[in-house]
Design a protein around this ligand. Structure first.
Ligand code: HEC
Ligand code: HEC
Length: 359
């Protein structure tokens, strides 16, 4: 009896201390649905013709590397217990954001912030990644969710490459893209980065407006755009000289969201200015997902902005004509009409950004 109790205790202790690596998905069951000629990630059609899609360093996206990135993005094997893929919290049809305030990680625990949309990373690359801009390079950023103890829980990098390296369907893909089958963290980082950078939205009504002097806008949309400038939304959600929405000017980011290490610099509580493309699809809104609808966001700017020591100058001491109190129903609807012109369905529906895993 003593022996039995001892061995039970031992088993319990073993279960408690060692976190067994869960079984790998069986290769025979997994089928990838990839085109024989890779999709084109390297260029995009716009109203002004075909333009190249650029990686962080300014080079043109490589179709074969982006293809690997697509598979990785949708692969649950990247999480410790095969439960969670990047795509679990970044849904294509929602502008690659999530529909809930906080997403569920690999063990069901909630993330600390609202999942961010993925869009036009090249345009926004200088702002820094994540709500607090804590990562400045995409290739260092992409492993953060995999290693995060809430998101995917794979703390040891060498275990990930070993696991991915054992999955047969990757070997040919890496050979095609890199010349041999070797799967390294650097190659994984690069191919994931290439896929993320290939997700571009440059075909919204707003983008077409840039090319046509906004002759495609109706009255509400035109009024809304004028209000956006009049109310100085564009001081932060930057409308470029060429009128592209661009968060890349770091110095413009008065409210860079800041991690603990920056706390003593008095910037705690400030967050990155999000890109507003496909904003109609990417709710809940704000870093903490506190607003469910765009209406609530607009009301917040109209009446709800609370003064505090971190509030940026653009939002306080506003001249009366620019005060958000000037919002009325009609004006709110105009702003909403303008925000809707930022929708670009292409990346939300294009199969090249969808799951390659056959159901
Ligand atoms: C459990 C949910 C979850 C998973 C899984 C997840 N993410 Fe995220 N993602 C988030 C959240 C939440 C944020 C915002 C985090 C922050 O700001 O601290 C985010 C932010 C990002 C951003 C920043 C976008 C920007 O503009 O700065 C990128 C890119 C991204 N994730 C890519 C990925 C990739 C690639 C994977 C898979 C390796 C992944 N995510 C897995 C929830 C998730
Ligand atoms: C002082 C800079 C600043 C000004 C001015 C400003 N915004 Fe923002 N905006 C931000 C920041 C920063 C966030 C993210 C805040 C957070 O996550 O808590 C944001 C978030 C948003 C969001 C939600 C984005 C998302 O993905 O969750 C919308 C929509 C928005 N702003 C629209 C507007 C409109 C419309 C105006 C003008 C009435 C405006 N903003 C004025 C900085 C600004």
């Amino acid at each position: 009896m003593k022996k039995l109790i001892f061995s039970l205790a031992l088993i319990a202790a073993l279960i408690g201390c060692t976190r067994q690596m869960p079984e790998q998905p069986s290769i025979g069951e997994i089928k990838l649905n990839l085109p024989s000629v890779p999709f084109d990630y390297s260029s995009v059609n716009t109203i002004q013709g075909k333009i190249p899609v650029l990686y962080e360093d300014g080079s043109i996206i490589n179709n074969k590397k982006a293809t690997i990135g697509r598979v990785l993005f949708y692969d649950k094997a990247l999480s410790f217990n095969n439960s969670t893929a990047c795509a679990s919290c970044h849904l294509q049809e929602k502008g690659f954001s999530d529909v809930v305030q906080f997403s569920a990680g690999f063990e069901g625990l909630p993330t600390k912030r609202n999942s961010m949309p993925i869009s036009n990373l090249y345009m926004n690359r200088k702002a820094g990644y994540f709500w607090d801009t804590r990562e400045s390079k995409i290739e260092s950023m992409v492993f953060a969710p995999i290693q995060d103890h809430i998101e995917m829980g794979f703390s040891q990098i060498d275990l990930i490459t070993e696991k991915i390296g054992n999955l047969k369907y990757y070997q040919q893909l890496f050979k095609d893209a890199y010349g041999d089958e070797e799967i390294t963290t650097d190659r994984m980082r690069e191919s994931m980065g290439q896929f993320l950078f290939s997700i571009v939205n440059v075909n919204s009504k707003f983008d077409k407006g840039i090319a046509t002097g906004f002759s495609n806008f109706n009255i509400a949309e035109t009024n809304g755009m004028e209000l956006f400038v009049e109310l100085e939304c564009d001081k932060c959600h930057f409308l470029h000289e060429d009128f592209s929405l661009d968060g890349s000017k770091r110095e413009k980011l008065a409210n860079i969201g800041l991690e603990a290490e920056n706390r003593d610099k008095g910037k705690d509580g400030l967050y990155r200015i999000p890109d507003l493309r496909n904003i109609t699809k990417t709710g809940p809104y704000m870093h903490d997902g506190r607003f469910k609808t765009l209406n609530e966001v607009i009301n917040h700017y109209g009446f709800g902005v609370q003064n505090n020591t971190h509030l940026s100058d653009e939002l306080k001491n506003r001249p009366p004509a620019h005060n958000f109190d000037s919002y009325t129903g009609g004006k709110k609807n105009d702003i909403l009409a303008f925000l809707r012109t930022l929708e670009d369905e292409n990346s939300l529906t294009d199969p090249k950004f969808s799951s390659p895993f056959a159901k």
